[in-house]
Write a new protein. Structure first.
Length: 121
């Protein structure tokens, strides 16, 4: 899965993330995520996915990826597709995986396109 958070206006949290201060990153990103910022939602998903600064919780990671993915956030769509493909934090569901991979592939994500091919086979 794409693990590294993305880099835009959420810079303070990224500096903390890069230093390994995941709890500070979480504290900086969570309020933004709760307000609906897709990038912050994705980043919170990454923290739960990795168990970085929070207890690992794949179901919560999937929930945060879904929120960001529904807003068109490419990496969240790919990660959520991977979770459905592997049955991590969600039920194994190739149809649902394909749905999320298709959204990401339509934005040019080569990894999502590759997984669509695997599902088709």
């Amino acid at each position: 899965m794409s693990g590294m958070p993305t880099w835009t206006i959420l810079g303070g949290g990224y500096q903390s993330y890069l230093k390994g201060d995941y709890q500070t990153a979480y504290n900086e990103w969570l309020p933004l995520a709760e307000l609906g910022d897709a990038e912050a939602q994705y980043n919170i998903g990454v923290l739960f996915d990795e168990g970085a600064g929070v207890d690992q919780d794949l179901a919560l990671a999937a929930d945060w990826y879904r929120r960001a993915g529904e807003q068109g956030f490419l990496d969240a769509q790919t990660n959520l597709g991977m979770m459905y493909y592997h049955g991590q934090g969600v039920d194994h569901d190739l149809q649902e995986a394909a749905k999320w991979f298709r959204m990401a592939a339509d934005q040019g994500d080569a990894e999502a396109e590759r997984y669509l091919g695997l599902i088709a086979d």
